[in-house]
Write a protein that binds this ligand. Structure first.
Ligand code: ACM
Length: 262
């Protein structure tokens, strides 16, 4: 199976330009699954919930979902990407999952990072696993990496791949995801962005890039740069994620001692 990471440099608030740029970056690229960053079309650092509200869209029928479905049709692929979602009066940092036939699902980030707590409502639903043409894909968003329970629960629910739209500002995630993959014998596709935002004077954020695909043995199959917009496509062998044996004696899920820990 071919999977793609898309690492972009969105300009805050220029949604149409950011979408156009993604379309340009993906022209002629072929893969079965494309993962794009968290909040890939809006930028990251909203000043407050009112501002996030102004950029928010319903997942079903919204502009960004519509754009992703058109890419999915054109590229005959599934896409997983982050956007600001509104439902009722609640604003979420969400990811949508779409395919050539349309919208498949969404995930609302459950672990909000730092100032996100004053811009979004936290998701209340269990992180989901989707069956995409026979491949089990779990979804988490950025800071969810810091809570190993997120990846573990996705893996226990059968995820073979974790799609991980991100806007990383802390340095540790790319290395930590190697451990998440080893712990669960899964693939992880982290799609991050590059660039800087200083929406509030003196509070500059630098996004660290390094989007990557890691395999169940902890090998980094590809890692993007820290500064450039890039698209990378790699072949993954799903059989690796379907075999939870480390050797003839250790099956990593069966060996868990849930009688001794949570
Ligand atoms: C983050 O969760 N975007 C740092």
């Amino acid at each position: 199976m071919k999977v793609a990471i898309v690492q972009n440099r969105p300009e805050f608030g220029n949604v149409q330009d950011n979408l156009n740029r993604i379309e340009e970056m993906l022209a002629g690229k072929a893969a079965e699954l494309f993962v794009l960053p968290e909040l890939f079309a809006t930028g990251y650092r909203f000043k407050n919930m009112d501002e996030a509200h102004r950029f928010a869209e319903p997942v079903s029928g919204g502009k960004t979902t519509h754009f992703l479905i058109s890419l999915a049709k054109k590229n005959k692929a599934h896409f997983i990407a982050g956007l600001v979602e509104i439902e009722g009066d609640q604003v979420y940092n969400s990811s949508v999952i779409v395919g050539p036939k349309g919208l498949i699902g969404r995930y609302r980030k459950i672990h909000l990072f730092d100032t996100e707590k004053s811009c979004f409502h936290a998701g209340k639903d269990v992180p989901p696993v989707f069956d995409l043409d026979g491949v089990k894909v779990g979804v988490m968003i950025c800071f969810d990496w810091r809570f190993p329970e997120t990846a573990r629960s996705l893996a226990l629910k059968g995820a073979e791949i974790i799609a991980h739209p991100s806007n990383l500002v802390l340095p540790h995630c790319p290395q930590a995801m190697i451990t998440r993959c080893l712990e669960n014998r899964i693939f992880a596709i982290t799609a991050d962005r590059v660039g800087e935002e200083e929406r509030i004077p003196g509070e500059k954020l630098n996004f660290i890039g390094q989007s990557q695909v890691v395999d169940p043995d902890g090998n980094i199959l590809v890692r993007a740069s820290e500064k450039e917009e890039e698209v990378h496509i790699v072949d993954i062998d799903l059989k690796k994620a379907r075999d939870k044996y480390l050797n003839s004696q250790n099956e990593i899920f069966k060996d868990r001692r849930t009688d001794l820990y949570l």
